[in-house]
Design a protein around this ligand. Structure first.
Ligand SMILES: NC(=O)c1ccc[n+]([C@@H]2O[C@H](COP(=O)([O-])OP(=O)(O)OC[C@H]3O[C@@H](n4cnc5c(N)ncnc54)[C@H](OP(=O)(O)O)[C@@H]3O)[C@@H](O)[C@H]2O)c1
Length: 326
C-alpha cells in the first residue's frame, strides 16, 4: 500500500463506475479514487471532475503506470476484461474486475495463471456474496435450515432499451447470459461447490446475434440442479428459491438487494421472514473487504481463483447448449 488510504485507479468511464463503484468506495471508507483512465482524455477529465476522482488521464495504460495506485477497478465491456486484468496484475496492482471476468474457460485459465504468480489479488465484481443478505443465507444453509440443498431456481431480467448499449454487441461479448445469467450461475457455483455434469439451454437472439433472453438448466455432479431464466427485454425481476430436502429459502432480490427486501425461510408450516440488507450501496461491503485485505486486517474471501473457472465452464456449457438449439 502507498499510504493510509487505498489508492484506486479506474479503467473506463462506464455507468457502473459512476453509479455503483464510486458511491460504494465512499461508503466503505479507507480508500480514495485517485485516477480514472478513458480512451478519450477529455472524457476522463470530465468524469473525474463530476464524480470526485482526483484526476483523469487519456489511456488505460497510464493508470497502470502510476506507481501510487494500489488497486484497479476494471469497468470495461466484457470482451476487454481479461486483457486489462492481466495487464493490471502484471503492473503489480490488486484488481477488482467486472463480471464476467472472462468470456471463455481458456481466457479464465490465462487470467488465473497470471493471478497465481502476481503480487496483487484478484476479485471478480460479483459483490453479493460480501453483503449481509448472502451471509445470512449461507448461515441458514450451514445450520441445515432447509436440509441438503437440491435445487436453485433463479431469474434475472431487466430492460436494456438503448440499441447502442454494449450489452447488444456480439463483438464486445454482450448478451443476457454474460450480463445477468452469470449471477444465478455464480450463486450455484458458490452454494453447490460441485462441477457441472450437463447443460440444457434455449435462447432468443437479437438481430445482432446476442442472446436477448435465455432459459437454462444445469445438472451438477453432486446431484443438484440450477434452473434459471435471464434476459434484457423484461421488467426487473430476480426472484430466487433455494430448495432443500427439508424446506426452502425465497429471496426477492438475491443479487442487488435493497433495504426492506425479504429473505423468507419456509420449513413445513413454519414461515419466517428477515430483512438483512443494510442501507448502503451494493459495492460497499466488497470494497471494505478489499481494503481490509490490503491492510492485512483480513484474510481474502471470494477471490476469483475460488469460483471463476467453475462459473466460466458452466457459462460455456450453456452457450454451447443454446447454440445447438439454433
Ligand atoms: N457488478 C455489477 O453490479 C455490474 C452492474 C452493471 C454492469 N456491470 C459490468 O460492468 C461492465 C461495464 O458496464 P457499464 O454498464 O458500466 O457499461 P458502459 O457504461 O457502456 O461503460 C463501459 C466503458 O468501457 C469503455 N470502453 C472501452 N472500449 C469500449 C467500446 N468498444 N465500446 C464501449 N465502451 C468501451 C468506455 O470507457 P471510455 O470510453 O471512457 O474508455 C465505457 O465507458 C460490464 O462488464 C458489465 O457486465 C457490473
Amino acid at each position: 500500500m502507498n499510504g493510509a488510504q487505498v489508492r484506486w485507479g479506474i479503467i473506463g468511464t462506464g455507468n457502473i463506475a459512476r453509479a455503483s463503484f464510486l458511491p460504494g468506495l465512499r461508503e466503505a471508507g479507507g480508500g480514495v479514487a485517485a485516477v480514472v483512465g478513458s480512451r478519450e482524455g477529455i472524457r476522463a477529465e470530465k468524469f473525474a471532475g463530476q464524480h470526485g476522482v482526483e484526476r483523469g488521464v487519456e489511456g488505460y495504460e497510464r493508470v497502470l503506470e502510476d506507481r501510487g495506485i494500489d488497486a484497479v477497478y476494471i469497468t470495461l465491456p466484457n470482451a476487454l476484461h481479461a486483457a486489462w486484468t492481466m495487464r493490471a496484475l502484471a503492473a503489480g496492482k490488486t484488481v477488482l474486475a467486472e463480471k464476467p471476468l472472462c468470456v471463455s474457460p481458456e481466457e479464465t485459465q490465462a487470467v488465473l495463471a497470471a493471478a497465481a504468480t502476481a503480487s496483487g489479488r484478484l476479485w471478480e465484481a460479483f459483490v453479493f456474496p460480501f453483503q449481509p443478505q448472502f451471509e445470512r443465507i449461507a448461515e441458514l444453509l450451514r445450520d441445515g435450515a432447509v436440509g441438503e440443498i437440491r435445487e436453485i431456481q433463479s431469474s434475472f431480467h431487466f430492460q436494456v432499451r438503448s440499441p447502442a448499449n454494449i450489452r447488444w454487441s456480439r463483438e464486445l461479448a454482450g448478451g443476457a447470459l454474460n450480463d445477468v445469467g452469470c449471477y444465478p450461475v455464480q450463486l450455484a457455483t458458490l452454494l453447490f461447490q460441485s462441477e457441472v455434469a450437463r447443460a440444457e439451454a434455449s435462447a432468443s437472439w437479437s438481430p445482432g446475434g446476442v442472446d436477448e433472453a435465455m432459459q437454462g438448466f444445469l445438472a451438477y455432479q453432486g446431484g443438484q440442479a440450477l434452473l434459471f431464466s435471464c434476459g434484457m427485454s423484461r421488467p426487473y425481476d430476480t426472484f430466487t428459491r433455494i430448495v432443500g430436502g427439508e424446506g426452502e429459502i425465497r429471496v426477492r432480490n438475491p443479487y442487488h438487494p435493497q433495504p426492506g427486501d425479504p429473505v423468507q425461510l419456509r420449513r413445513g408450516s413454519m414461515v419466517t421472514k428477515e430483512r438483512p440488507t443494510r442501507d448502503e450501496h451494493s459495492f460497499a461491503a466488497a470494497i471494505r473487504h478489499i481494503h481490509a485485505v490490503l491492510r492485512s486486517e483480513a484474510e481474502p474471501r471470494y477471490l476469483a481463483q475460488e469460483t471463476a473457472m467453475q462459473t466460466a465452464l458452466a457459462l460455456e456449457a450453456l452457450r454451447g447448449a443454446a447454440q445447438r438449439g439454433l
